[in-house]
Write a protein that binds this ligand. Structure first.
Ligand code: PLP
Length: 429
């Protein structure tokens, strides 16, 4: 394939697509420069339109647990494609995928498939309101649950990077029904319930927040959310879009255990890189969804056969060996990053939740969004660009988890480790 100059492509892209991208954080807004326009990806590597190859630590923002273009996943998608791209009718494969989800996450007694994590959380909120007859929802500052109106208050990720309070275009009424509480602050949440408990339909939380960087729940925090919501007749929605099937077969719930949410949302790994996400939960609640119940939800491409095939193949291949490898690589990388930054006297904190981790450029602990924001973003930008120059693509924001895959072998890890000292020195200046 002919090589293309990324700078001119970016210039053209910005003429025809706002910011030149289909999702904001891809534009490198907080680190500057020209994004890698990807022409192909395989295993732990992505290749840009200029022919440069990078070790990829974005992994499509989570889905590529097995690495890019795993031959068996690609074959499953190709086989499905040869049978038809979309039917708008139920399929046996959807039923099989629902069974696979239930086997791994017992809290998901029934499962409804959608195309994006945004739809999954949006539907969960509607279902919670329909089930309780209450309007208000509680979310935590820095948790990102997609870009639906109600959930765009004080979100992390792209919104955090841009420093937007929420978004223009979200009505006051939509924002008024969303109560935002500091993460890991149980006292504040108890105060909110004491004041408005009978108005609250649900608390939604990332199972282990990873969109303000990784900020794990304090021990017992999620279980306390469960107890508090139950006491006040509100639902608990555990958002496992990012953690589900990534930190372990049973997601964060499988690692932590000890409590059962009412509803769970999935995305990313469940679709193996194709547009697929899901909402699962207590059967009596799920039965409130159309066509059985009064809460409407639908989608032309929901349960798309190609996406379902990719998801099924991915879950089938994600065995104990895959999770062991990703866990081991994660520990190895966390240690190496920390050593390199320490050697260059760069203040930093590494937070992890299972194999998910991120590096904050500040010395003090990070337990919530305010603490995440109080890091040196310019140090991250220098670190990021040095890594990129050396052929390692990190997530282009200081507020993102770093993603590994089971395809990150010794060669790929070697390239990352080799790049770290130089990047740490760049961050120091
Ligand atoms: N929930 C969480 C925890 C996420 O990390 C994301 C996306 O990053 C979403 C929901 C939204 O998913 P999607 O981008 O597929 O709409």
């Amino acid at each position: 394939m002919a090589e293309v100059n990324p700078d001119s492509l970016f210039e053209h892209a910005r003429e025809v697509i706002p910011g030149g991208v289909s999702s904001p954080v891809r534009a490198y807004g907080s680190v500057g420069g020209t994004p890698v326009f990807v022409s192909s990806a395989r295993g732990p590597y992505i290749t840009g339109v200029d022919g440069r190859e990078y070790v990829d630590l974005v992994c499509s923002w989570g889905p590529a647990l097995l690495g890019h273009a795993h031959p068996e996943v690609v074959a499953a998608v190709q086989a499905a494609a040869s049978r038809g791209l979309s039917f708008g009718a139920p399929t046996a494969a959807e039923v099989e995928l629902a069974d696979a989800v239930r086997a791994r996450v017992p809290a998901a007694e029934q499962v409804r498939f959608v195309s994006t994590g945004t739809e999954a959380t949006m539907t969960a909120i509607r279902l919670a309101r329909g089930a309780t007859g209450r309007d208000a929802i509680v979310k935590f500052a820095g948790c990102y649950h997609g870009h639906s109106d109600a959930l765009l208050a004080a979100a992390g990720s792209g919104v955090a990077t841009q420093g937007l309070p929420g978004s223009a275009g979200v009505t006051q009424a939509a924002a008024a029904d969303t109560i935002v509480v500091d993460y890991n602050d149980l006292n504040a949440l108890e105060g909110v319930f004491a004041e408005a408990g009978d108005r609250i339909a649900a608390v939604i939380t990332e199972a282990a927040p990873s969109n303000m960087g990784v900020v794990p729940p304090a021990p017992g925090f999620n279980a306390a959310l469960r107890e508090l919501t139950q006491r006040h007749g509100a639902l608990l929605i555990l958002d496992e879009v990012l953690t589900g099937f990534r930190v372990g077969p049973g997601g964060w719930l499988g690692l932590e255990g000890g409590y059962t949410p009412d509803l769970v949302t999935f995305g990313k790994v469940i679709g193996g890189g194709m547009p697929l996400a899901a909402l699962g939960g207590r059967a009596d609640l799920m039965q409130l969804l159309a066509p059985v119940g009064p809460v409407y939800q639908a989608g032309t491409l929901s349960g798309n056969p190609l996406a379902t095939a990719a998801g099924l193949a991915t879950l089938r291949l994600a065995d104990a060996g895959v999770y062991d490898t990703v866990d081991r690589r994660s520990v190895e990388l966390q240690r190496a990053v920390s050593e390199a930054l320490s050697a260059a006297s760069v203040p930093h904190t590494v937070n992890s939740a299972g194999s998910l981790f991120s590096v904050f450029f500040r010395a003090e602990p990070v337990r919530n969004y305010d603490e995440a924001k109080a890091q040196d973003q310019s140090a991250f930008a220098r670190f990021f660009h040095s890594m990129l120059d050396q052929g390692v693509a990190l997530p282009p924001s200081a507020f993102e988890a770093w993603f590994l895959s089971a395809a990150h072998d010794d060669a790929a890890m070697g390239r990352i480790l080799q790049a770290l000292p130089g990047a740490a020195r760049a961050a120091a200046h």
